[in-house]
Design a protein around this ligand. Structure first.
Ligand code: GLU
Length: 283
């Protein structure tokens, strides 16, 4: 068994991250397996080194020890580019020149599991027009979902303890695989990383269940193995809302500096026991 915890260093970790890390770490250790940390720092404009240092200190404090060196997405850009190239050469992705404003302007844009579904405006540009615009205009690369889903056929994944779940990637529309400002989207990077790291069990928050539709499709298209998934309940504050990075009081760093015993907190989290005022809820 190999599990991982994959935080984005764009803010301080909170109790919800701690819960996720403790579950993934505990599952690996119980099985005599390995536990890796991956730093999802692909978004160069929002990722910060001081957050990386702080999150590693948080894990240390919780007694969540990782194997090897943390993996960094920012050092895996070549892999992402190669996968994108492969999908390009098979005609499964297309450049999109729409700005946020263009997309917002299509007010009737239907919503899917991961936000507004792109209406496919740029999917219909002809090859000559694409080539000309790619050379001079900022663009992202989108998956041609209809084609991709048709090639992949019916897909499912195993949700640990709950059996098989059908994946419904079509509901997401033509998702972005590489952005103007980041060489791979979360979906592409995370799917490739989990495979390259040899992750057998993806243990993460239930807010990412819908993303698994897309990850499953990318695995099928790129010939990657499908891990087992476990999407756990989310830690919510007194207001019943899931914690966000802005909830400073719930940050692990603030608990750590307040002198709370990290190992005791980790043991409680492992058993679903949360500090007063917090609860676990499925979205
Ligand atoms: N960096 C992602 C996040 O913090 C990781 C998601 C995942 O575990 O796949 O939400």
């Amino acid at each position: 068994m190999l599990t991982r915890f994959a935080p984005s260093p764009t803010g301080e970790l909170h109790l919800g991250h701690g819960y996720s890390a403790v579950l993934a770490h505990g599952a690996a250790r119980d099985a005599g397996g390995r536990f890796l940390v991956r730093i999802d720092d692909i978004d160069g404009s929002r990722s910060r080194e001081d957050y990386v240092a702080a999150l590693l200190a948080d894990l240390d404090w919780l007694g969540v020890g990782w194997d090897g060196e943390p993996v960094r997405q920012s050092q895996r850009l070549g892999d992402y580019a190669a996968a994108l190239h492969d999908l390009k050469s098979r005609g499964l992705v297309y450049p999109c020149f729409c700005t946020r404003a263009d997309i917002a302007a299509s007010l009737a844009a239907p919503h899917g599991p991961s936000g507004a579904v792109y209406r496919g405006t740029c999917c219909t540009l002809d090859a000559a027009m694409r080539e000309r615009r790619v050379a001079g205009e900022p663009h992202c690369w989108r998956l041609d979902m209809q084609q991709a889903a048709a090639i992949a056929g019916d897909l499912d994944w195993e949700e640990q303890g709950q059996g098989m779940r059908a994946a419904n990637p079509r509901a997401h529309g033509d998702i972005v695989l590489a952005r103007k400002d980041a060489p791979a989207s979360y979906h592409l990077a995370s799917t490739l990383d989990d495979a390259a790291m040899g992750v057998t069990h993806v243990i993460r928050g239930a807010d990412l269940i819908a993303s698994t539709d897309v990850h499953r499709l990318l695995q099928a298209l790129l010939g990657l193995p499908t891990p087992l998934y476990r999407h756990h309940a989310l830690v919510c504050g007194a207001d019943g809302k899931r914690l966000a990075k802005r909830d400073a009081a719930a940050s692990l760093a603030s608990l750590r500096t307040a002198g709370i015993d990290g190992a005791a907190l980790a043991a409680d989290l492992r058993h679903g026991r949360l500090p007063t005022g917090y609860s676990l809820q499925m979205p």
